[in-house]
Design a protein around this ligand. Structure first.
Ligand SMILES: [Zn+2]
Length: 310
């Protein structure tokens, strides 16, 4: 009998640990005011249609596989494909690039050599940054910054960067030999603590939680509205099911979700926003199947366009 009770205690402890580290990721029941889409819209409400971004495009730079339960707590439905991407907002006054994806070395490291990488796509991102009007990142994690931190011509992109203090502070870790190019290290810092209009139809606002420097980017084109959410959700099903990442991920990757309650509140807010406004195109950074679906539906163009010579 004693042995049986001991076994039951061990099983209960294991079940509790599995629930805590792998299964539980439930967002709160409500999160009022956490994502103020009205404030973002208001900043660009008077922008004339001909000044808005005309096109929103994606480069699929690399991809790797992960089990579904690593991306969304409690999801046990096989493998998910993570893609590592960069986005191009084509505007009448020049491109605005969002995120710098991975380079080959980073992808090989992250995927232990199992991932795939497109040299052509990465080169198009590098070239687009060189001529862009502005370059933003959704956040400062390694799989979003390499075309900036390791850009072959940092002096060419430095004045185009609009990075917040926590975003810039993380870049040296990813720069060649851990030293950020001086021209990038001394850029003036952007502050998105309150929503800021970047250009006609484009607004950025800080949304810390997944990382200190996570921001939301709202984009209005003449035909659609987009909300770039970086890695607040790794997969759209996290928003649909209001379930965040499992806690074991933060043990394996200490930089992920330093403010987990904030991420869970944001997931609830995104869930409610998506339900209220199904036309709003929410863009998570890595959900390959969903992003390819957006491309197939015409909401994202595939491959960056090269601006006509001026
Ligand atoms: Zn990421």
């Amino acid at each position: 009998m004693k042995k049986l009770i001991g076994l039951l205690v061990v099983l209960a402890a294991l079940a509790g640990a599995a629930w805590y580290f792998v299964i539980d990721g439930e967002a709160p029941a409500s999160a009022p005011g956490v994502i103020d889409i009205a404030a973002m819209r208001a900043l660009v409400a008077n922008d004339a249609p001909e000044t808005l971004p005309s096109d929103v495009r994606i480069e699929f730079v690399g991809e790797s596989q992960a089990p579904s339960f690593a991306a969304e707590a409690g999801a046990f439905d096989g493998q998910r494909t993570f893609s590592y991407n960069s986005f191009q907002l084509v505007t009448p006054t020049g491109d605005i690039i969002i995120d710098g994806a991975v380079d080959r070395a980073t992808l090989d490291d992250m995927s232990r050599g199992e991932g795939s990488f497109s040299e052509d796509a990465y080169n198009r991102v590098i070239n687009a940054m060189s001529g862009a009007q502005s370059v933003l990142i959704t956040h400062e994690h390694l799989d979003h910054v390499m075309a900036i931190a390791r850009h072959p011509a940092p002096d060419l992109i430095a004045r185009r960067l609009q990075l917040t203090a926590p975003q810039l502070a993380a870049l040296p870790d990813h720069a060649p030999d851990g030293v950020l190019a001086p021209s990038i290290a001394r850029i003036s810092i952007a502050d998105f603590a309150t929503p800021q209009r970047i250009a006609p139809g484009i607004v950025a606002v800080a949304a810390p939680g997944h990382s200190a420097g996570t921001i939301l980017i709202y984009v209005r084109t003449p035909s659609r509205e987009y909300l770039f959410i970086g890695d607040i959700a790794w997969v759209m099903s996290s928003i649909e099911n209001t379930r965040g990442r499992p806690r074991f991920i933060s043990l394996m990757m200490p930089g992920v979700d330093p403010d987990r309650p904030a991420v869970l509140r944001q997931l609830r807010a995104l869930h409610d926003l998506a339900a209220a406004e199904p036309e709003l195109v929410i863009v998570p950074a890595h959900d390959d199947a969903y992003l390819r679906g957006l491309a197939a539906a015409g909401a994202l163009g595939e491959e960056f366009t090269v601006p006509a010579a001026q």
